[in-house]
Structures are given as structure tokens and as C-alpha cells.
Write a protein that binds this ligand. Sequence first.
Ligand code: ADP
Length: 409
Amino acid sequence: MTRWIWWADVVGVFLNQDKLDRLFPAHIEIDKAGAISGLGPSLKRHISLEPIGKPLNSIFRVNFPQKISSSGKGGTIREIVMSGKGIAEEIFLRGSVINSQNGYLLLLGHVPSEGKNNKARDLIFSDFAPTDSSVDLLFVSRFHKVLLEETRNMSQEITKKKALAEAANVAKSQFLANMSHEIRTPMNGVLGMAQVMKSFDMPPEQKEIVNIILKSGEALMGILNDVLDISKIESGRLTLNPQDENVMKVLSEAVDLHRASADAKGLSLTLEVDRACPESIHIDGLRLGQCVSNLISNAIKFTETGSVSVQVSSEKQSRSDTLKIKVIDTGIGIEKEVQPKLFEPFTQADGSTTRRYGGSGLGLSIARKFARMMDGDIVIDSEPGKGATFTMSFDAKRPQDMQKLSYVA
Ligand code: ADP
């Protein structure tokens, strides 16, 4: 009989005869009929009668349990206490019963009897199991293995699902980008024609209608452009196009764009650029202007009285400058808890914002994404009722031409 795969299915560890003998020198193997089919080396040395083929209870007394039973394949009965007649005297053993396909395996260890030393009982060091709880160790190792396997399976599953979700997200962003791009073409037609119509002679009510068409069309165009930007960024299809730009020019163009709406609300709108700021930098001027313009537009939108000021400063670093653009308003302000959420797409400070102020909740998330693409960020400092300061900081690289010049010099 091959005796090396005992209870491999139980412990999940293949114990060959050698390992079994070393871990449990006092083990007993029992076949299905209840006869002893093998003994560990220490018992072999100590049992005077020939045990192989004999019923277990003719050699040993099993104190507990009375009979070997088990709850099906691979089950165990713990805490068996046995005694048997050894060469020198009675041998006491204690351990567990493992039920296997081949029969039973009693994983036992010698129990030192009271008052008798091991020498007198003819026991040597290797007659004892390496630890009292070798069986427990094996079970722990089995569960460890099972857990590891389950964790591995779960993390594989999660990785697969994450990859699927990411692919779906990219596909969604690409679809959105394509859709908004496609819608923009007919929208341009509508807006162009409305512009032409505006120049026609017509009664004032009709002019008013054309103006509404134009304003609504422009608002829709703004949303389409935002959706196009965010979906392009999210699908990784938007890259920056840095060039040498004049800082003052980019920023004053962004400010001038909003002059009329600030005037209409009676707000002062100012731009202050620190003397220490570089005149030119290497940056995507279009996107920088877009970010600042968005911050100014919000500042005006959420301010009823007072001012909106744009303040620019710079900090020298070794190879570039860090430019800081603060857009400061005296408007309604923002609760601390909602501030971080405002940078998530389609998020506004509260439910009534769209009704009162309009907007899609995309501007800040686009602006922060651009700022981060420029190795920078946008942060908020605000309290309700005390206005808001949005600070965009980014890495302002030296203009390329100047770099070439300083290299020649
Ligand atoms: P939108 O302005 O289209 O709603 P944004 O992403 O630009 O989208 O802004 C998100 C929200 O952040 C706004 O709806 C508003 O609730 C809040 N917010 C942005 N700027 C300001 C500001 N200067 N003052 C108060 N709230 C602001």
C-alpha cells in the first residue's frame, strides 16, 4: 500500500511517510476495518507486541472518544487520549484523529506520566512531536493556504473588473467627446444664422426673440465645449500645446472677456501683476486663459456686490517659476465641507445653484485638470458669506527662446 498521501486532502499539505514520522513519531495508521496498518517510529520501538493487522483496541485503550468516528471525509476528532502496553511500562498518548480515504490517522504525542522521567520510560528526545500543537499548525497552514488562494482569486477578479470599468469609462468619454464634437457643427450653423438674422430689419419683438436664440445657443455651445474638454481629458486625448506667451497679454484678455458682465452687476474687476513676475513664460496660453476665465466668470456669477480681483505673483525655483494666480471675490462664499467636491465633474455647491445661477458644474474640474497637467493645482479658501479665493498655481517654464539665448551667451 502506498502510505505517503495520508490526509493530504484534509490538511492540504502532502505529508510523505518521512515527514509524518518526523512530525508525529507516535502516530498510528488504521485501515477501514479498524486494524492497525502502520506505526510511528517511537511506538514501533516501544510496543512489545506485533501491532500490524491487529485491531486497535487489542493493543491500545482509547479513552476518548470510545470509538473512532468522524463527520465524513476529511473530518477530525480532536483530543483522543490513549494508553497501551509498552516494553518498559504503559505508554500514554494524546492527540487528534484524522479521517482520510485510506482509513484513519491518529496524530499522537507521548504524554509524560507523573513521577516517571523519560529516561526510565526509555523515551528519547526524537520520540516527541516537534510541538505540542503540530496538528494545529498544519491546520493553520492549510487555512493560510486557502485564504491566500481566495485573496489571490479576489484580487484577480477586482483587477479584471477595474480594467473593464476603466475601459467602459474611456469608451464613455470617447462617445461623449464624439457626440459633443458632432453637435457643435450644426450648432455653429444655428448660431451663425441667428447672428445674420440679427442684422436684418425687424420689429423689436422679433429682435428680442433672435437675441434669446443667440444667448441660449451660446450657453449651449459653452456646455458643449466643457463636455468636449472633460471627455477628451478623461479619455486621454487632450494634450497641452505650450508656446512662449506674454503673461500680461493672456491674463488681461481673460479679464477683458468679463468686463461687461462685471460692469452690468456694478462690480469692480481688477488685475494686479507683481513686478517680480516673468514677462514671458512657456505655457499653453489658450488653456491658461480658459482656466483663469472660468475662475473670473464664477467669481462674478456668485458675487452680488463688491469686487473681483485677479492677483498674480511668482516664486523663483531653480529651472522655472511657480506662478500663483489668485481670483478673489466678495461673494456668497462656499461651505468648507463641499469645497473639495466642487472639483468633481457635474458638482455644484448646493441643489439650488443651477436654478439660481445656471452652469453645468464642469468648469472647476476642467480648470483643475489643466492646472495639474501644467504641474500645478487649484485650491479654494472660502467661508460662507465671506467671499472666495481660488488660487491657481502652476509651473511657469522659462521661454524657449530665452533659454536658447542664455545657452549661446
Ligand atoms: P458651474 O459654475 O458651471 O456650476 P464650476 O465647476 O465652475 O461649475 O463650479 C462648481 C460650483 O462651485 C458652482 O456651481 C458653485 O456652487 C461653486 N463655486 C465656484 N466658484 C465659486 C465662487 N467664486 N463663489 C461661490 N461658489 C463658487
